[in-house]
Design a protein around this ligand. Structure first.
Ligand code: COA
Length: 163
């Protein structure tokens, strides 16, 4: 599969929102306005994965995306990562995570302090937990009732290694 990543723009909003609605239960879906906010915010890193196969409009097809946001002085938070169900378990999640880590590294490479990347995952989201673990993230703690319907979250994170 020919997959490329690039920065998302406001023109991608509709495709992003459609993928979000397929990936999550309605109670957990981000509003369109939330994506609009992140797409417009300069500090946010918002990447897409797209497949060269063409859609009806003749464009490449968006198959996944990832969002990261700087947090406090020395952290970035992965806000979400979504891969369309038809394109899962083919390495796209790993690709998106690797790419966003690269972008973060480029942003902070001249800073003296250490940087950390963190995220929260639903504790029963085994696929996502496997992806993060494979990418070097470790569990930092439990967040009781973090999600709707009293579901617990796990905070995971890793130190960004500057080379
Ligand atoms: C979590 C998610 C992003 C993973 O994306 P993906 O493209 O399928 O992930 P990858 O193919 O890169 O897989 C990475 C690793 O995760 C594990 N994994 C992912 N999907 C899996 C599946 N369906 N079954 C078993 N293992 C799986 C594998 O260990 C894999 O490593 P490997 O290829 O070395 O064996 C995707 O399942 C998804 O969009 N889920 C819905 C949204 C979501 O829950 N996001 C996380 C929010 S915190």
């Amino acid at each position: 599969m020919n997959i490329k990543t690039r920065a998302a723009t406001l023109q991608d909003l509709e495709e992003i929102y459609q993928i979000e609605k397929i990936c999550f239960d309605s109670s957990d879906v981000f509003h369109k306005e939330t994506f609009e906010f992140f797409l417009s915010k300069e500090s946010t890193i918002f990447l897409l994965a797209e497949k060269s196969r063409e859609n009806r409009k003749g464009n490449a097809l968006v198959v996944g995306f990832i969002i990261a946001q700087p947090k406090l002085k020395s952290k970035f938070e992965i806000i979400t990562i979504d891969v369309h169900p038809d394109s899962r378990n083919k390495g796209i999640g790993k690709l998106l995570l690797r790419e966003i880590e690269e972008v973060i590294l480029t942003r902070v490479k001249d800073e003296k302090r250490d940087y950390f990347i963190e995220l929260v995952v639903y504790e029963n989201n085994h696929n996502a937990k496997k992806l993060y673990t494979k990418m070097g993230y470790r569990i930092l703690g439990k967040l009781n009732s973090y999600y709707s319907r009293d579901r617990d979250g796990l905070r995971m994170g890793k130190k960004l290694l500057k080379v």
